[in-house]
Design a protein around this ligand. Structure first.
Ligand code: AMP
Length: 288
């Protein structure tokens, strides 16, 4: 496995691979790898000749009050896990390599960037969209794999690719969970023992929502209040939001209406650790 730190070397390598007709699959990450990240590598491996993974904790997607400095990092461990899983190239640039100037251009994906996660992290998605745009211009992949864990991020990236005509296909891979249902996340290591135990309530609330909708509930405000009850009775978690969107448009909805499915998304804070999760809610088949 090759490790590349320089932007120009990564670009030259990508040009060579493309000249030889190799298909480049790309998995962007912020490192501190877990099985969720590694499932994206498996997905990339299926259809790529060369799998490139980036490990870069992107400062521009963190607000000054957020956990940039304490974000977990262990590049030695990441390199070993990546190599064992079959990654061919790890792109691991320093901050200065990615952001040599003090001022720089940003990509704004309108509307979707401001709701749900965006209400609580107003500059987050512009940081994400911009760094993904940069990484696409550096790694020059034919396709890139993102996780459904960050459903809103995947939507923002797809929209950017579509609006700005990036010649990159976007693949979204399913959420990988711990045995008790908690979605894997680099931030889970910061949960206290009690919070870790209580955090399973997120998954359980989504399962509850899925069950209600499957059984015919169409009123998502009612679903939300059942989820709220479960989370607040089963944990000390502080809810930032529980929301529902049309997965095709990411418009907020309060009724299933004619949709086949809705996407339920939530963010809950346990102490300083903020967890997000989501699940599709398939509407029951109604006789006409
Ligand atoms: P991160 O390192 O948190 O920025 O995540 C890098 C990529 O891994 C993103 O596309 C995430 O959506 C994806 N990812 C993170 N956790 C999981 C998970 N539990 N299951 C599937 N994909 C994940």
């Amino acid at each position: 496995m090759k490790v590349i730190n320089s932007v120009t070397e990564m670009q030259r390598t990508a040009d060579e691979l493309r000249a030889y007709g190799r298909k480049i699959g790309f998995v962007p990450t912020m490192g501190y790898l877990h099985d969720g990240h590694l499932s994206l590598v498996d997905e990339a491996r299926k259809r790529a000749d060369v799998v490139v993974m980036s490990v870069f904790v992107n400062p521009t997607q963190f607000a000054p009050t957020e956990d940039l400095t304490t974000y977990p990092r262990d590049i030695g461990r990441d390199l070993k896990l990546a190599e064992d899983r079959g990654v061919d190239i790890v792109f691991n640039p320093a901050d200065k390599e990615m952001y040599p100037d003090e001022e720089f251009a940003f990509v704004e994906v309108e509307r979707v960037s401001r709701l749900l996660e965006g209400e609580f992290r107003p500059t987050h998605f512009r940081g994400v969209a911009s760094v993904v745009a940069k990484l696409f211009n550096i790694v020059k992949p034919h396709f890139a794999v993102f996780g459904q864990k960050d459903a809103q991020q995947a939507f923002v990236v797809r929209k950017m690719v579509r609006d700005l005509n990036f010649d990159v296909s976007i693949v979204v891979a399913p959420i990988v969970r711990e045995e008790d249902g908690l979605a894997m996340s680099s931030r889970n290591v910061y949960l206290s023992e009690t919070d870790r135990r209580e955090a399973t309530v997120l998954y359980r609330s989504l399962i509850l929502a899925r069950g209600l909708v499957r059984e015919g509930t169409t009123d998502l405000v009612a679903v939300r209040s059942e989820m709220l009850k479960l989370i607040s009775s089963g944990s000390k978690g502080k809810i930032d939001y529980i929301g529902f969107v049309n997965p095709e448009t990411f418009e907020r909805i309060e009724e299933i209406g004619k949709l086949d499915k809705a996407l339920a998304l939530l963010a809950v804070r346990f102490g300083k650790t903020r967890l997000i999760d989501n699940m599709y809610l398939e509407a029951s088949r109604r006789e006409i």
